[in-house]
Ligand binder design. Structure first.
Ligand SMILES: NC(=O)c1ccc[n+]([C@@H]2O[C@H](COP(=O)([O-])OP(=O)(O)OC[C@H]3O[C@@H](n4cnc5c(N)ncnc54)[C@H](O)[C@@H]3O)[C@@H](O)[C@H]2O)c1
Length: 386
């Protein structure tokens, strides 16, 4: 990190995949540039960290366009050259999943601190290899776990930490929405997500998220039983060409957690939304229950639980949804990606390990890999400790 005349310390960050959906919008705009707009990241010791992004990608024209739009001067299509620069301390990867492992490996070999999107690699062996290499190189490493930083799930974590639920019994998660096939309306997700050879598939995409949420909120995942399928076998890509969708677009999974908690999570890009949010988790415990989404969280305590009686002969008079109470925000919630960037950069500045590290990322890949294996073999699989 270089000390500047104004007292701030600049942190050079190679942002690879800066042109992508996540790389551009969430990581560059909403995080790194937002930190600059707020005047940098103030550290407890009084120093101010100033992120200096170096945009890395494949298309000169697209990179130049982004750089120009946001007043940035530093961009390159040559990853090796970016990694050779001594003023670049951090390598960040938001490329397509299939391109990640070799790029992160090269960055570790160049001695850079590593921050990366999930899944950290396409295979468990690859993910563990990266975690080991990063430890051996002594660099700080981290993986994006953005859902932990969202208001609804932070309120849920608050309830867990306060012991609101008593003994937690079960978790039900419902995630998904209709991703258009791409013919009469454009698809809302890039086509590589639907091709297995390009690292696509909803299990590899979403199980890493479910893993860190379950692990942080409820306990270690000890076993998985999954059914994965491809509901829509053909889609239309960005160029208007039909292609076979070879990756799974829906997964129906049961995760067993330490302490006997059962989590059942549906993930689908072929479902229409009849929910308040695109993902919702219901947690039931002996003392109370909660339903949390990305932003909202509602609770029902044991003492306010109604007493429904099953009688199909009578119309339902109870308004079940109105019998829940919102959990108040009690604080301002900044963008989750930005909050995690601030945590990670703080650890880099302090030279301290970051707890949401490549090992945590590898455990997410492990769960995805076991989920796919469970679906192929039609059986329950235990999750060995890494
Ligand atoms: N944390 C989250 O909530 C979240 C959400 C969506 C995606 N992701 C992850 O972020 C990563 C990027 O996803 P995205 O939706 O931004 O994808 P995207 O297709 O919009 O962007 C992909 C980026 O990778 C680059 N790239 C490098 N090699 C490529 C290749 N061979 N083919 C195509 N593009 C290539 C592209 O130029 C682009 O910058 C994925 O690993 C995905 O799993 C995370």
């Amino acid at each position: 990190m270089a000390d500047q005349p104004d007292g701030s310390r600049s942190v050079g960050i190679a942002v690879n995949g800066a042109t992508g959906r996540m790389g551009y919008r969430q990581h560059l705009l909403r995080s790194l540039l937002a930190i600059r707009e707020q005047g940098g990241l103030a550290r407890p010791d009084g120093t101010v960290l100033w992120p200096e992004p170096v945009l890395v990608g494949r298309s000169e024209a697209t990179l130049a366009g982004i750089a120009h739009r946001h007043g940035l001067a530093d961009w390159t299509t040559d990853l090796a050259a970016a990694l050779a620069r001594p003023d670049v301390q951090v390598y960040f990867d938001a490329q397509v999943t299939a391109a990640r492992e070799p790029a992160v490996r090269a960055a570790i070999e160049a001695g850079k601190h590593i921050y990366t999107e999930k899944p950290v690699a396409a295979t468990l062996a690859g993910a563990v290899g990266l975690a080991r290499a990063a430890d051996a190189a002594g660099v700080v490493h981290g993986v994006v776990q953005d859902k932990l930083f969202l208001p609804g799930l932070r309120k849920l974590a608050r309830l867990v930490d306060a012991g609101f639920f008593g003994r937690i019994l079960s978790v039900r998660g419902e995630f998904g929405y209709w991703v258009f096939e791409g013919d009469w309306q454009p698809a809302q997700r890039p086509s590589w997500n639907y091709r297995a050879a390009d690292g696509g598939g909803i299990v590899m995409d979403m199980f890493p998220h479910w893993h860190y949420l379950l692990e942080r909120l409820f306990g270690r995942v000890t076993a998985v039983t999954a059914h994965a399928t491809t509901h829509l076998p053909e889609r239309v890509d960005e160029q208007g060409r039909r292609y076979p969708a070879t990756a799974d677009d829906a997964a129906y999974a049961i995760f067993e957690l330490a302490g006997g908690i059962v989590a059942q999570i549906n993930s689908s890009w072929a479902v229409r939304v009849h929910r308040d949010e695109l993902v919702e988790f219901q947690v039931d415990g002996t003392e109370g229950s909660a339903v949390a989404g990305l932003r909202e969280c509602r609770v029902q305590h044991r003492a306010t639980t109604p007493r429904p009686v099953w009688n199909p002969d009578l119309p339902e008079t109870g308004k079940f949804r109105s019998q829940w109470q919102p959990v108040p925000d009690n604080q301002d919630f900044d963008n989750g990606f930005k909050l995690q960037w601030e945590q990670f950069l703080g650890q880099v500045a302090a030279g301290e390990p970051y707890p949401l590290d490549l090992w945590a990322g590898a455990r997410g890949v492990q769960l995805a890999e076991l989920g796919l294996q469970s679906a192929r073999q039609g059986r329950r699989l235990e999750v060995p400790a890494l």
